[in-house]
Design a protein around this ligand. Structure first.
Ligand code: PMV
Length: 303
């Protein structure tokens, strides 16, 4: 169906945290991800040639966002654009910043063209963008960028939106500089080859934590969800994905009252996520993490 062709197209998308199940998701077990209110916005205008701005800064033609934009244009059959991007997430630390930029850009280009574009086309365009940065991503970042709320995600399947009994109050902090996701996935693969039986036991343990957390989130049992996140952190530490900085930040968050805290995403550095009882507690935990000198924010994931 054709609509009026607009001078300007707009799109926005969410960042994400993985609440449970990272790395194991690569081997087919489920993961739970929450979309963040923090994310990306894009405004596209017609132009003779592609121009890209991140905040106030124009990106040079050799910036990797340029080939990523080309891939979106190819999938959507869109003309050259001036694309202005805004990001309100720290980039490159596992909060899904690149997927949020990809989904926001695809939405802005689709909006500009005046065509009604299906969710599937937007997914395809954003996946093409993501492949420039991440090779073969599991798709969890892109799914969370497109949705709101909490998703149960299994690789290769349509994500399932979880109906929550209660909103979630989270505090997120950048515990230390991020490691490469690919290196962390390779390290886990090496552990698996060294001891496949032990690895399979850990995978089954994570599957059961994720299944229990799914039930707890549906029934509003936030306390138990927090405990399950702590247990998941223990298994991820056993896979050598935690760091001193992550352990320190998690301990500080728990001491300040968080119900559970763990690394989120690839590990080896990057962010932690802490689950809190309510808004006041998530702000208190944020203050405690700011006192450690970390970048931190509190956020609510609506029911
Ligand atoms: O830190 P991130 O957002 O790149 O998360 C990686 C999560 C993994 O499970 C390790 C990999 C994946 O593609 O799911």
């Amino acid at each position: 169906m054709m609509r009026e062709v607009f001078e300007e197209g707009r799109g926005h998308a969410s960042g994400k945290v993985i609440l449970l199940g990272e790395h194991a998701v690569v081997y087919g077990t489920p993961a739970i991800a929450a979309s963040l209110a923090h994310g990306a916005r894009a405004v596209a205008r017609r132009s003779e040639t592609n121009r890209l701005f991140l905040g106030n800064k124009e990106l040079p033609q050799d910036d990797p966002l340029h080939p990523a934009l080309e891939r979106i244009r190819t999938v959507l059959g869109a003309p050259p654009v001036e694309l202005r991007l805004e990001l309100d997430l720290p980039p490159g630390c596992g909060l899904g910043a690149s997927a949020a930029l990809g989904v926001a850009s695809a939405r802005a280009l689709a909006d500009l063209s005046g065509q009604s574009t299906s969710q599937r086309r937007i997914s395809e365009a954003a996946d093409a963008w993501e492949k420039v940065f991440h090779g073969t991503p599991s798709g969890v970042d892109r799914s969370a960028a497109q949705e709101n709320g909490v998703l149960r995600f299994v690789r290769g399947q349509e994500p399932e939106k979880l109906v929550l009994r209660r909103s979630l109050f989270l505090t997120v902090a950048v515990a230390s500089p991020a490691a490469s996701t690919r290196d962390m996935i390779d390290n886990v693969a090496r552990l698996r080859s060294a001891n496949p039986d032990q690895f399979d036991k850990n995978l089954e343990a994570i599957r059961s934590l994720v299944d229990n957390a799914t039930a707890c989130l549906r029934s509003g049992d936030i306390r138990s969800t927090g405990r399950l996140m702590d247990l998941c952190q223990m298994i991820l530490s056993g896979w050598m994905l935690s760091t001193e900085g992550i352990e320190l930040a998690c301990a500080k968050a728990r001491e300040a009252g968080a119900l559970g805290a763990k690394l989120t995403g690839a590990g080896g550095g990057g962010c932690i996520v802490a689950l809190c009882e309510n808004d006041a507690m998530s702000r208190h935990v944020q203050d405690a993490l700011l006192d450690l000198g970390l970048e931190a924010f509190a956020t609510r994931v609506p029911q």
